[in-house]
Design a protein around this ligand. Structure first.
Ligand SMILES: Nc1ncnc2c1ncn2[C@@H]1O[C@H](COP(=O)(O)OP(=O)(O)OP(=O)(O)O)[C@@H](O)[C@H]1O
Ligand code: SF4
Ligand SMILES: [Mg+2]
Length: 404
Protein backbone atom coordinates (compact mmCIF):
# COMPACT_ATOMS: atom_id res chain seq x y z
CA UNK A 1 0.00 0.00 0.00
CA UNK A 2 2.81 2.34 1.03
CA UNK A 3 4.60 1.46 -2.22
CA UNK A 4 1.57 2.30 -4.28
CA UNK A 5 1.26 5.67 -2.55
CA UNK A 6 4.94 6.43 -3.23
CA UNK A 7 4.52 5.54 -6.91
CA UNK A 8 1.42 7.71 -7.19
CA UNK A 9 3.51 10.49 -5.58
CA UNK A 10 6.28 10.03 -8.14
CA UNK A 11 3.87 10.14 -11.09
CA UNK A 12 2.15 13.23 -9.60
CA UNK A 13 5.56 14.89 -9.28
CA UNK A 14 6.34 14.21 -12.95
CA UNK A 15 2.96 15.61 -13.98
CA UNK A 16 3.68 18.76 -11.93
CA UNK A 17 6.94 19.24 -13.87
CA UNK A 18 5.03 19.01 -17.14
CA UNK A 19 2.29 21.39 -16.03
CA UNK A 20 4.88 23.98 -14.97
CA UNK A 21 6.50 23.86 -18.40
CA UNK A 22 3.09 23.91 -20.08
CA UNK A 23 2.14 27.07 -18.13
CA UNK A 24 5.31 28.78 -19.29
CA UNK A 25 4.48 27.74 -22.88
CA UNK A 26 8.11 27.58 -23.83
CA UNK A 27 10.59 24.93 -24.84
CA UNK A 28 13.57 27.03 -23.78
CA UNK A 29 15.24 25.84 -20.59
CA UNK A 30 17.60 28.20 -18.78
CA UNK A 31 20.55 26.92 -16.74
CA UNK A 32 18.57 27.83 -13.62
CA UNK A 33 15.55 25.79 -14.78
CA UNK A 34 17.78 22.89 -15.76
CA UNK A 35 19.45 22.85 -12.33
CA UNK A 36 16.02 22.89 -10.72
CA UNK A 37 14.77 20.01 -12.89
CA UNK A 38 17.95 18.12 -12.07
CA UNK A 39 17.35 18.60 -8.31
CA UNK A 40 13.75 17.45 -8.63
CA UNK A 41 14.86 14.45 -10.70
CA UNK A 42 17.41 13.47 -8.08
CA UNK A 43 14.72 13.51 -5.40
CA UNK A 44 12.58 11.13 -7.47
CA UNK A 45 15.36 8.78 -8.55
CA UNK A 46 16.91 8.68 -5.06
CA UNK A 47 13.66 7.32 -3.62
CA UNK A 48 13.53 4.59 -6.26
CA UNK A 49 17.24 3.76 -6.02
CA UNK A 50 17.17 3.56 -2.21
CA UNK A 51 14.36 1.07 -2.43
CA UNK A 52 16.15 -0.94 -5.11
CA UNK A 53 19.46 -1.08 -3.24
CA UNK A 54 18.05 -2.54 0.00
CA UNK A 55 20.04 -5.52 1.18
CA UNK A 56 17.05 -7.70 1.84
CA UNK A 57 13.99 -7.58 -0.37
CA UNK A 58 11.20 -9.94 0.75
CA UNK A 59 10.00 -12.38 -1.94
CA UNK A 60 6.45 -11.09 -1.53
CA UNK A 61 7.59 -7.83 -3.19
CA UNK A 62 8.74 -9.41 -6.42
CA UNK A 63 6.92 -12.73 -6.73
CA UNK A 64 3.63 -12.51 -8.56
CA UNK A 65 1.24 -14.67 -10.58
CA UNK A 66 0.94 -14.76 -14.34
CA UNK A 67 -2.41 -13.71 -15.75
CA UNK A 68 -2.07 -16.56 -18.25
CA UNK A 69 0.31 -19.48 -17.57
CA UNK A 70 0.81 -19.87 -21.34
CA UNK A 71 2.79 -16.62 -21.41
CA UNK A 72 6.49 -16.35 -20.72
CA UNK A 73 6.28 -12.56 -20.32
CA UNK A 74 3.44 -10.16 -19.65
CA UNK A 75 4.07 -6.41 -19.93
CA UNK A 76 1.30 -4.73 -17.99
CA UNK A 77 0.93 -0.94 -18.27
CA UNK A 78 4.71 -0.43 -18.15
CA UNK A 79 6.02 3.14 -17.87
CA UNK A 80 9.77 3.66 -18.20
CA UNK A 81 10.96 7.26 -17.98
CA UNK A 82 14.33 9.00 -18.26
CA UNK A 83 14.72 11.87 -15.81
CA UNK A 84 17.02 14.16 -17.80
CA UNK A 85 18.12 17.74 -17.07
CA UNK A 86 15.86 19.07 -19.82
CA UNK A 87 12.79 17.17 -18.64
CA UNK A 88 11.30 13.72 -18.32
CA UNK A 89 11.47 11.54 -21.44
CA UNK A 90 8.47 9.20 -21.41
CA UNK A 91 10.26 6.56 -23.47
CA UNK A 92 7.74 3.81 -22.64
CA UNK A 93 4.38 5.15 -21.61
CA UNK A 94 1.87 2.46 -20.68
CA UNK A 95 2.81 -0.59 -22.72
CA UNK A 96 0.75 -3.80 -22.37
CA UNK A 97 1.39 -7.00 -24.36
CA UNK A 98 2.30 -10.65 -23.85
CA UNK A 99 4.86 -13.09 -25.24
CA UNK A 100 3.39 -16.64 -25.27
CA UNK A 101 5.65 -19.70 -24.79
CA UNK A 102 7.23 -20.96 -28.01
CA UNK A 103 6.06 -17.97 -30.09
CA UNK A 104 7.79 -15.04 -31.77
CA UNK A 105 6.45 -11.60 -31.03
CA UNK A 106 7.62 -8.84 -33.35
CA UNK A 107 7.86 -5.31 -31.97
CA UNK A 108 7.88 -2.76 -34.75
CA UNK A 109 7.97 1.02 -34.96
CA UNK A 110 10.17 3.83 -36.17
CA UNK A 111 13.37 4.98 -34.53
CA UNK A 112 12.96 6.37 -31.02
CA UNK A 113 9.49 4.88 -30.37
CA UNK A 114 10.69 2.94 -27.30
CA UNK A 115 11.34 -0.58 -28.65
CA UNK A 116 14.79 -0.96 -27.07
CA UNK A 117 13.76 0.68 -23.81
CA UNK A 118 10.83 -1.79 -23.54
CA UNK A 119 13.21 -4.73 -23.87
CA UNK A 120 15.84 -3.17 -21.59
CA UNK A 121 13.12 -2.68 -18.96
CA UNK A 122 12.46 -6.42 -19.11
CA UNK A 123 16.16 -7.17 -18.55
CA UNK A 124 16.39 -4.38 -15.94
CA UNK A 125 19.21 -2.88 -17.99
CA UNK A 126 17.80 0.62 -18.48
CA UNK A 127 20.49 3.22 -17.82
CA UNK A 128 20.18 4.08 -14.13
CA UNK A 129 19.68 6.19 -12.12
CA UNK A 130 18.05 8.49 -14.69
CA UNK A 131 16.16 5.65 -16.40
CA UNK A 132 13.48 4.07 -14.19
CA UNK A 133 10.39 1.95 -14.61
CA UNK A 134 8.03 4.03 -12.51
CA UNK A 135 4.75 2.23 -13.03
CA UNK A 136 3.34 -1.12 -14.16
CA UNK A 137 4.34 -4.78 -13.89
CA UNK A 138 6.55 -6.95 -16.08
CA UNK A 139 5.70 -10.55 -15.19
CA UNK A 140 8.21 -13.23 -16.15
CA UNK A 141 7.25 -16.91 -15.97
CA UNK A 142 10.22 -19.11 -15.04
CA UNK A 143 8.04 -22.23 -14.80
CA UNK A 144 7.85 -22.76 -11.06
CA UNK A 145 7.73 -19.06 -10.15
CA UNK A 146 6.53 -15.79 -11.68
CA UNK A 147 8.62 -12.68 -11.07
CA UNK A 148 7.63 -9.05 -11.26
CA UNK A 149 10.81 -7.77 -12.91
CA UNK A 150 10.07 -4.16 -11.95
CA UNK A 151 10.59 -4.96 -8.26
CA UNK A 152 13.13 -7.79 -8.57
CA UNK A 153 16.41 -7.17 -6.69
CA UNK A 154 19.81 -7.38 -8.44
CA UNK A 155 20.52 -10.91 -7.13
CA UNK A 156 17.32 -12.28 -8.71
CA UNK A 157 18.02 -10.46 -11.98
CA UNK A 158 21.51 -11.98 -12.11
CA UNK A 159 19.94 -15.43 -11.89
CA UNK A 160 17.28 -14.66 -14.53
CA UNK A 161 19.54 -12.87 -17.04
CA UNK A 162 21.37 -15.40 -19.18
CA UNK A 163 19.73 -18.40 -17.54
CA UNK A 164 16.09 -17.69 -18.26
CA UNK A 165 16.16 -14.75 -20.67
CA UNK A 166 18.91 -13.34 -22.79
CA UNK A 167 19.38 -10.53 -25.23
CA UNK A 168 21.05 -10.11 -28.60
CA UNK A 169 21.94 -6.43 -28.56
CA UNK A 170 21.41 -3.86 -31.28
CA UNK A 171 25.13 -3.19 -31.84
CA UNK A 172 27.01 -6.45 -32.49
CA UNK A 173 30.20 -4.51 -33.18
CA UNK A 174 30.43 -3.01 -29.72
CA UNK A 175 28.87 -5.75 -27.61
CA UNK A 176 31.90 -8.07 -27.59
CA UNK A 177 34.90 -7.22 -25.45
CA UNK A 178 37.79 -6.45 -27.83
CA UNK A 179 40.54 -7.65 -25.46
CA UNK A 180 39.22 -11.17 -24.82
CA UNK A 181 39.20 -14.13 -27.18
CA UNK A 182 35.81 -15.32 -28.49
CA UNK A 183 36.10 -18.64 -26.64
CA UNK A 184 36.76 -16.95 -23.29
CA UNK A 185 33.71 -14.69 -23.73
CA UNK A 186 31.33 -17.58 -24.39
CA UNK A 187 32.99 -19.76 -21.72
CA UNK A 188 32.47 -17.02 -19.13
CA UNK A 189 28.69 -17.12 -19.55
CA UNK A 190 28.63 -20.91 -19.20
CA UNK A 191 30.88 -20.84 -16.09
CA UNK A 192 28.80 -18.12 -14.48
CA UNK A 193 25.55 -20.02 -14.80
CA UNK A 194 26.84 -23.61 -14.43
CA UNK A 195 29.18 -23.52 -11.46
CA UNK A 196 29.76 -27.32 -11.43
CA UNK A 197 30.82 -27.66 -15.08
CA UNK A 198 34.45 -28.65 -15.80
CA UNK A 199 36.72 -26.50 -18.02
CA UNK A 200 36.79 -29.21 -20.68
CA UNK A 201 32.99 -29.52 -20.79
CA UNK A 202 32.60 -25.75 -21.00
CA UNK A 203 35.01 -25.55 -23.94
CA UNK A 204 33.19 -28.39 -25.73
CA UNK A 205 29.83 -26.71 -25.18
CA UNK A 206 31.20 -23.37 -26.46
CA UNK A 207 32.50 -25.00 -29.63
CA UNK A 208 29.18 -26.77 -30.19
CA UNK A 209 27.35 -23.45 -29.69
CA UNK A 210 29.59 -21.78 -32.28
CA UNK A 211 28.74 -24.61 -34.68
CA UNK A 212 25.03 -24.27 -33.87
CA UNK A 213 25.08 -20.64 -35.03
CA UNK A 214 26.75 -21.59 -38.28
CA UNK A 215 30.42 -20.77 -37.65
CA UNK A 216 32.30 -23.29 -39.79
CA UNK A 217 35.78 -23.02 -38.28
CA UNK A 218 34.53 -23.16 -34.68
CA UNK A 219 37.79 -24.46 -33.14
CA UNK A 220 39.78 -21.70 -34.88
CA UNK A 221 37.26 -18.97 -34.02
CA UNK A 222 37.37 -20.09 -30.36
CA UNK A 223 40.91 -18.71 -30.19
CA UNK A 224 40.31 -15.51 -32.17
CA UNK A 225 39.71 -11.93 -31.02
CA UNK A 226 36.56 -10.02 -32.11
CA UNK A 227 38.52 -7.81 -34.54
CA UNK A 228 39.49 -10.92 -36.49
CA UNK A 229 35.85 -11.70 -37.29
CA UNK A 230 33.45 -10.20 -39.82
CA UNK A 231 30.29 -8.37 -38.69
CA UNK A 232 28.13 -11.39 -39.50
CA UNK A 233 30.41 -13.71 -37.51
CA UNK A 234 30.37 -11.36 -34.53
CA UNK A 235 26.59 -11.31 -34.62
CA UNK A 236 26.62 -15.13 -34.65
CA UNK A 237 28.89 -15.12 -31.61
CA UNK A 238 26.44 -12.77 -29.88
CA UNK A 239 23.65 -15.24 -30.65
CA UNK A 240 25.81 -18.10 -29.31
CA UNK A 241 26.31 -16.17 -26.05
CA UNK A 242 22.58 -15.50 -25.83
CA UNK A 243 21.84 -19.20 -26.30
CA UNK A 244 24.52 -20.49 -23.94
CA UNK A 245 22.10 -21.38 -21.14
CA UNK A 246 19.03 -22.41 -23.18
CA UNK A 247 16.95 -19.39 -22.14
CA UNK A 248 13.16 -19.48 -22.20
CA UNK A 249 13.12 -16.09 -23.89
CA UNK A 250 15.50 -14.55 -26.42
CA UNK A 251 15.21 -10.82 -26.98
CA UNK A 252 16.66 -9.92 -30.36
CA UNK A 253 17.01 -6.15 -30.72
CA UNK A 254 17.47 -5.39 -34.42
CA UNK A 255 19.67 -8.48 -34.80
CA UNK A 256 20.26 -7.90 -38.49
CA UNK A 257 20.36 -4.12 -38.87
CA UNK A 258 24.14 -3.91 -39.27
CA UNK A 259 24.37 -6.80 -41.71
CA UNK A 260 24.01 -7.20 -45.46
CA UNK A 261 20.92 -8.86 -46.89
CA UNK A 262 22.33 -12.36 -47.43
CA UNK A 263 23.81 -12.52 -43.93
CA UNK A 264 20.54 -11.09 -42.58
CA UNK A 265 18.65 -14.02 -44.09
CA UNK A 266 21.14 -16.50 -42.61
CA UNK A 267 20.90 -14.96 -39.13
CA UNK A 268 17.09 -15.05 -39.26
CA UNK A 269 17.21 -18.70 -40.34
CA UNK A 270 19.50 -19.47 -37.41
CA UNK A 271 17.12 -17.73 -35.02
CA UNK A 272 14.04 -19.60 -36.19
CA UNK A 273 15.98 -22.88 -36.27
CA UNK A 274 17.15 -22.38 -32.72
CA UNK A 275 13.71 -21.39 -31.52
CA UNK A 276 12.41 -24.82 -32.49
CA UNK A 277 15.52 -26.63 -31.23
CA UNK A 278 15.48 -25.20 -27.70
CA UNK A 279 11.76 -24.30 -27.71
CA UNK A 280 12.33 -20.68 -26.75
CA UNK A 281 10.13 -17.66 -27.28
CA UNK A 282 11.55 -14.74 -29.22
CA UNK A 283 10.83 -11.06 -28.78
CA UNK A 284 12.03 -9.67 -32.07
CA UNK A 285 12.54 -5.93 -32.27
CA UNK A 286 12.91 -4.41 -35.69
CA UNK A 287 11.78 -1.61 -37.95
CA UNK A 288 11.86 -4.00 -40.90
CA UNK A 289 8.37 -5.23 -41.76
CA UNK A 290 9.82 -7.90 -44.07
CA UNK A 291 11.60 -9.49 -41.11
CA UNK A 292 8.40 -9.36 -39.06
CA UNK A 293 6.37 -10.97 -41.85
CA UNK A 294 8.88 -13.81 -42.09
CA UNK A 295 9.37 -14.50 -38.41
CA UNK A 296 6.57 -13.26 -36.16
CA UNK A 297 3.45 -15.01 -34.88
CA UNK A 298 2.24 -11.85 -33.16
CA UNK A 299 3.00 -8.20 -33.91
CA UNK A 300 3.06 -5.17 -31.63
CA UNK A 301 3.20 -1.76 -33.34
CA UNK A 302 4.68 1.01 -31.19
CA UNK A 303 4.51 4.73 -31.72
CA UNK A 304 6.01 7.38 -29.42
CA UNK A 305 6.26 5.09 -26.38
CA UNK A 306 2.83 3.53 -26.72
CA UNK A 307 1.29 0.56 -28.49
CA UNK A 308 -1.01 1.73 -31.26
CA UNK A 309 -1.95 -1.68 -32.65
CA UNK A 310 -1.36 -5.33 -31.79
CA UNK A 311 -2.55 -8.65 -33.12
CA UNK A 312 -1.48 -11.82 -34.88
CA UNK A 313 0.80 -11.39 -37.90
CA UNK A 314 -2.24 -12.13 -40.12
CA UNK A 315 -4.29 -9.42 -38.35
CA UNK A 316 -1.61 -6.82 -38.89
CA UNK A 317 -0.62 -7.73 -42.44
CA UNK A 318 -4.11 -8.56 -43.79
CA UNK A 319 -5.99 -5.86 -41.95
CA UNK A 320 -3.65 -3.08 -40.83
CA UNK A 321 -6.00 -0.69 -39.03
CA UNK A 322 -4.15 2.13 -37.29
CA UNK A 323 -3.26 4.92 -39.77
CA UNK A 324 0.38 4.59 -38.60
CA UNK A 325 0.44 0.84 -39.37
CA UNK A 326 -1.27 1.52 -42.71
CA UNK A 327 1.44 4.11 -43.45
CA UNK A 328 4.20 1.63 -42.50
CA UNK A 329 2.67 -0.99 -44.83
CA UNK A 330 2.44 1.52 -47.68
CA UNK A 331 6.06 2.51 -47.21
CA UNK A 332 7.49 -0.95 -47.85
CA UNK A 333 8.32 -2.11 -51.37
CA UNK A 334 6.29 -5.04 -52.73
CA UNK A 335 7.84 -7.45 -55.22
CA UNK A 336 6.06 -7.30 -58.58
CA UNK A 337 4.27 -4.00 -57.81
CA UNK A 338 5.46 -1.03 -59.85
CA UNK A 339 5.47 2.18 -57.80
CA UNK A 340 7.16 5.38 -58.93
CA UNK A 341 7.84 6.61 -55.42
CA UNK A 342 7.38 4.78 -52.10
CA UNK A 343 4.99 6.37 -49.58
CA UNK A 344 6.51 8.17 -46.63
CA UNK A 345 4.61 9.14 -43.50
CA UNK A 346 4.65 12.96 -43.35
CA UNK A 347 6.09 14.82 -40.34
CA UNK A 348 8.05 13.62 -37.34
CA UNK A 349 7.50 11.81 -34.05
CA UNK A 350 6.48 14.35 -31.34
CA UNK A 351 9.05 15.50 -28.80
CA UNK A 352 9.11 12.75 -26.13
CA UNK A 353 9.54 15.36 -23.38
CA UNK A 354 6.42 17.28 -24.37
CA UNK A 355 3.81 14.85 -25.62
CA UNK A 356 0.45 16.29 -26.71
CA UNK A 357 -2.69 15.48 -24.72
CA UNK A 358 -4.48 14.12 -27.81
CA UNK A 359 -3.63 11.23 -30.16
CA UNK A 360 0.18 11.30 -30.55
CA UNK A 361 -0.17 10.52 -34.26
CA UNK A 362 -2.76 13.23 -35.00
CA UNK A 363 -0.31 15.81 -36.36
CA UNK A 364 0.83 13.30 -38.99
CA UNK A 365 -2.45 11.52 -39.57
CA UNK A 366 -4.12 11.81 -42.98
CA UNK A 367 -7.25 9.98 -41.81
CA UNK A 368 -8.22 11.98 -38.73
CA UNK A 369 -11.87 12.60 -37.89
CA UNK A 370 -13.65 15.02 -35.50
CA UNK A 371 -13.37 12.66 -32.53
CA UNK A 372 -9.57 12.82 -32.81
CA UNK A 373 -9.59 16.26 -31.15
CA UNK A 374 -10.40 14.53 -27.86
CA UNK A 375 -8.06 12.86 -25.38
CA UNK A 376 -5.63 10.08 -26.33
CA UNK A 377 -7.74 7.32 -27.95
CA UNK A 378 -8.61 4.21 -25.89
CA UNK A 379 -7.59 0.71 -26.96
CA UNK A 380 -10.42 -0.89 -28.96
CA UNK A 381 -10.92 -4.54 -29.71
CA UNK A 382 -11.42 -5.38 -33.39
CA UNK A 383 -11.37 -9.16 -32.88
CA UNK A 384 -10.32 -11.69 -30.22
CA UNK A 385 -6.68 -11.06 -31.11
CA UNK A 386 -6.63 -7.64 -32.77
CA UNK A 387 -6.53 -4.31 -30.88
CA UNK A 388 -6.11 -0.74 -32.05
CA UNK A 389 -5.87 2.67 -30.35
CA UNK A 390 -7.72 4.88 -32.82
CA UNK A 391 -11.02 6.78 -32.84
CA UNK A 392 -11.85 5.61 -36.36
CA UNK A 393 -12.92 2.25 -34.93
CA UNK A 394 -15.04 3.50 -32.04
CA UNK A 395 -18.27 2.52 -33.74
CA UNK A 396 -17.02 -0.72 -35.25
CA UNK A 397 -15.86 -2.21 -31.97
CA UNK A 398 -17.48 -5.38 -30.65
CA UNK A 399 -20.12 -4.99 -27.97
CA UNK A 400 -18.48 -4.40 -24.61
CA UNK A 401 -15.10 -4.90 -26.16
CA UNK A 402 -13.35 -1.81 -24.86
CA UNK A 403 -10.20 -2.95 -23.24
CA UNK A 404 -7.60 -1.41 -20.92
N1 LIG B 1 19.79 6.87 -21.67
C1 LIG B 1 18.82 7.63 -22.14
N2 LIG B 1 18.63 8.89 -21.67
C2 LIG B 1 17.63 9.68 -22.12
N3 LIG B 1 16.75 9.29 -23.07
C3 LIG B 1 16.90 8.06 -23.59
C4 LIG B 1 17.94 7.17 -23.16
N4 LIG B 1 17.82 6.00 -23.86
C5 LIG B 1 16.76 6.17 -24.68
N5 LIG B 1 16.21 7.39 -24.52
C6 LIG B 1 15.04 7.94 -25.23
O1 LIG B 1 13.99 6.99 -25.19
C7 LIG B 1 13.27 7.00 -26.39
C8 LIG B 1 13.14 5.58 -26.90
O2 LIG B 1 14.42 5.10 -27.26
P1 LIG B 1 14.69 3.62 -27.81
O3 LIG B 1 16.14 3.38 -27.78
O4 LIG B 1 13.82 2.67 -27.07
O5 LIG B 1 14.17 3.73 -29.30
P2 LIG B 1 14.04 2.56 -30.38
O6 LIG B 1 12.58 2.39 -30.67
O7 LIG B 1 14.78 1.35 -29.91
O8 LIG B 1 14.74 3.21 -31.65
P3 LIG B 1 15.77 2.56 -32.72
O9 LIG B 1 14.89 1.90 -33.75
O10 LIG B 1 16.47 3.74 -33.27
O11 LIG B 1 16.66 1.61 -31.99
C9 LIG B 1 13.99 7.94 -27.35
O12 LIG B 1 13.27 9.16 -27.37
C10 LIG B 1 15.34 8.14 -26.72
O13 LIG B 1 15.80 9.44 -26.94
S1 SF4 C 1 -7.18 8.60 -33.45
FE1 SF4 C 1 -7.53 9.99 -35.18
S2 SF4 C 1 -5.62 11.14 -35.38
FE2 SF4 C 1 -5.19 9.34 -34.14
S3 SF4 C 1 -4.49 7.81 -35.58
FE3 SF4 C 1 -6.69 7.48 -35.32
S4 SF4 C 1 -7.62 8.69 -37.00
FE4 SF4 C 1 -5.51 9.41 -36.79
MG1 LIG D 1 16.55 0.43 -30.47
Amino acid sequence: MEDKEKKVGIVANIQKQFQKRERKKTNYISAHDSAKISRENRKITNIIERKRKRRFVPESEYLTTMHDEKNVVEFDNVHTYFFTDIGTVKAVDGVTFEVPFGKTVGVVGESGCGKSVTSLSLMQLVQRPQGQTVEGEIRFNSGDKAYNIVNAPASVMQMLRGNEMSMIFQEPMTSLNPVFRIGAQVDEVLFLHNKGMSKKDVKEKTISLLELVGIANSVGVYKMYPHELSGGMRQRVMIAIALACDPKLIIADEPTTALDVTIQAQILDILSDIKTKINSSIMLITHDLGVIAEMADYVVVMYAGRIVEKGTAQDIFNRPSHPYTIGLMKSKPVVGKDIERLYNIPGNVPNPINMPNYCYFKDRCEMSIDACNGAYPPFLKLSETHYVACYRYENTKEEGARNE
